[in-house]
Design a protein around this ligand. Structure first.
Ligand SMILES: Cc1ncc(COP(=O)(O)O)c(C=O)c1O
Length: 615
């Protein structure tokens, strides 16, 4: 049986470390009065020796307290006859010294909170030795209170881990926490893919890919990528300025400039970076410029405008009249930039491009137009809505992506030579980053070339006809597919948890992958499933998709109603009431070309004509 005392040093060292260094520690034992005392108990009274060396050589703590040799001796001898209560304890980091050195010794000792002074420890040793356990417990409690009070007075340091945890919990509690699906697309067999999200492989079909035309696995694209890899390696090797520029970069930029009928183009590592960098650079360099931003703009456009720190005016989504109202208020000599998208990524709206540009130019503004969801997909050569609508020249600066319809990765702007050169020369997000690798440059160029030609036209036609077929069948089945004039078919759900649940059921029960889109990608209350059929989805696949959605809708007690309109009640521009009956009417909803929904009628007319012709 042995008495144990806590060492103010060892109690702070993890027990494993104490064990590892036990032999070295033991060599100091003779210099430590506590260890000497403990060993004397293990070895019998004859062995009890206390060195007469000056105390400061024995233990810096005891020395600091000004204890004398006789203090220690009398203390140790007073301990000799006192045996504290014993019980088995598991080894811990703050285990008493005696126990750390003698594995069999088992003792009960009050736990001392770390960070308590040596002075207090000494006092405790004395009290313990005299068997004053109760008194000692009180002392320990007092110390804890004292320590807590001191801590409360000290300025509290920011707890980063706590903060991050709370932010994540917030997301989890409102069902906006994102758990990514693990999906391996099957190259040439796309839209077939494998889901690996549950750890078990499952064959699925993908319905929400932005590889809209399947160009990521087009043979010509894959061949260009593999040739570039073989000939030039995997990486670019540097920024454009330092060893990262090549004929492949300049060739791709020339191809993009030609596609958009502009003098020059500049590629970036993504279109997020292209938008952010270009708008920020324009804002920071044009003196006194004001930005006019569409209310529905993508995060990259918002971020670029925000980073530029210039005055910002937000006009109602796709509303040239409101844009004009705002432009009129700013001095005519003030430089201005109007920023908007053509195809809206989440609603599938297409902006009244020509009208918005006309209004902007009337007030001396530049137009910065994001055609990310349109390039490759609209227009004779796939240059976007500007080409489709015959108004490419009204776009002063166009931005596009190489990562969606072009099937690669990266982004770009195209404009006049001076505009591009200015952004090239001042844009931080362009200058200070490794340039795109040869594989991507070659793959993207091959993809643009395919889509500019006959094959591209054919793919675009097939794409649009699949979109029409699927949308029409969903609407007819009473699924709330939002009417949109583009290739994006949003299915309205309106609740984050339900949206996630429906997406999971489609995957788990029907092997269909369609992503739930929740806040912040869309406003709360407008949560949706975003469906993007490609030219490679067959009619049979689309029929299966519709029947699966119907099944999931019914299984979850959701209403299937052709009458339930998910259109806005009225047109945002002309304020005429909208609804499926009006959209299907022979008479045009609105004569204005900038009416967002007038174009929907064209779709219905085309569908009806097709249906009649096929009957
Ligand atoms: C409208 C819009 N602009 C820009 C981007 C960014 O493009 P990238 O994916 O090339 O960064 C996106 C991406 O989804 C987008 O939807």
């Amino acid at each position: 049986m042995s008495t144990a005392l806590r060492c103010p040093f060892l109690s702070r060292i993890p027990v494993n470390q104490v064990k590892k260094t036990a032999s070295q520690l033991m060599s100091y034992a003779e210099r430590c009065p506590v260890m000497v005392h403990a060993m004397s108990y293990m070895n019998g009274p004859d062995m009890m020796t206390v060195t007469d060396e000056p105390l400061e050589k024995q233990c810096p703590f005891f020395a600091k307290e000004g204890l004398t040799v006789s203090d220690v001796k009398s203390h140790i001898s007073s301990l000799k006859d006192v045996a504290p209560k014993t019980e088995k304890t598991a080894p811990t980091a703050d285990m008493p010294v005696a126990k750390a050195t003698a594995a069999e010794a088992t003792v009960t000792a009050p736990k001392y909170p770390s960070g308590i002074s040596v002075e207090k420890t000494l006092e405790k040793i004395k009290l313990w030795g005299k068997g004053a356990e109760e008194e000692m417990k009180v002392k320990v409690e007092e110390e804890v209170q004292e320590k807590e009070a001191t801590e409360a007075q000290q300025p509290k340091l920011f707890d980063y881990e706590d903060f991050f945890g709370a932010q994540i919990d917030r997301k989890k509690s409102d069902h906006t926490y994102r758990v990514f699906k693990k999906v391996m697309r099957r190259g040439r067999e796309f839209p077939y893919a494998e889901d690996h999200s549950t750890g078990k492989k499952r064959d699925i079909t993908v319905w929400c890919s932005n590889d809209y035309l399947g160009m990521s696995w087009h043979p010509k694209v894959m061949n260009a990528v593999s040739e570039a890899l073989k000939n030039h390696g995997a990486g670019a090797g540097g920024t454009r300025n330092i060893s990262g520029n090549s004929p492949l970069h300049e060739g791709l930029e020339a191809e993009i400039a030609s596609l958009h009928e502009k003098e020059a183009a500049l590629v970036f590592t993504s279109c997020y970076v292209a938008n952010d960098t270009s708008l920020c650079t324009l804002g920071q360099t044009i003196p006194g410029v004001h930005m006019f931003s569409d209310a529905g703009n993508h995060a990259s456009l918002i971020q670029g405008i925000r980073n530029s720190r210039v005055p910002k005016h937000i006009f109602r989504h796709n509303d040239p009249l409101h844009l004009e109202e705002l432009l009129r208020k700013v001095d005519s000599g003030t430089p201005k930039i109007v920023v908007f998208e053509t195809v809206h990524s989440m609603t599938g709206d297409i902006s009244p491009l020509s009208e918005l540009c006309d209004v902007a130019h009337k007030y001396g503004a530049l137009t910065f137009v994001d055609e990310v969801h349109a390039v490759g997909l609209y227009g004779d050569q796939g240059a976007g809505v500007g080409q489709r609508d015959g108004c490419m020249d009204k776009i002063d600066i166009i931005s596009g992506t190489l990562g969606k319809a072009f099937g690669n990765v990266g982004g770009y702007i195209a404009s006049t030579s001076r505009t591009v050169d200015m952004i090239r020369s001042y844009g931080s997000g362009f200058i200070f980053t490794t340039s795109l690798p040869p594989t991507t440059l070659a793959g993207a160029r091959a993809s643009i070339q395919v889509l500019r030609g006959e094959e591209g036209k054919h793919l675009r036609e097939k794409h649009q006809s699949n979109v029409r077929y699927l949308r029409q069948n969903l609407i007819e089945a009473g699924i709330p597919a939002i009417h949109s004039p583009s290739h994006i078919i949003p299915i309205h759900v309106g609740d984050a948890a339900l949206c996630t649940h429906l997406s999971a059921e489609l995957m788990n029960k029907h092997d269909i992958y369609v992503q739930a889109i929740n806040y912040p990608t869309v406003a709360r209350g407008s949560e949706r499933l975003r469906v993007a059929p490609t030219p490679h989805h067959t009619k049979a696949m689309m029929d299966y998709f519709v029947s699966s959605v119907i099944r999931v809708w019914s299984d979850n007690g959701l209403e299937l109603s052709r009458e339930r309109s998910v259109c806005p009640d009225e047109c945002e521009v002309c304020n005429k009431p909208l609804g499926i009956q009006i959209l299907q009417a022979e008479e045009k909803v609105c004569g204005r070309s900038n009416c967002t929904y007038a174009s929907l009628q064209d779709i219905f007319f085309t569908d009806n004509r097709r249906a009649v012709a096929m009957a």
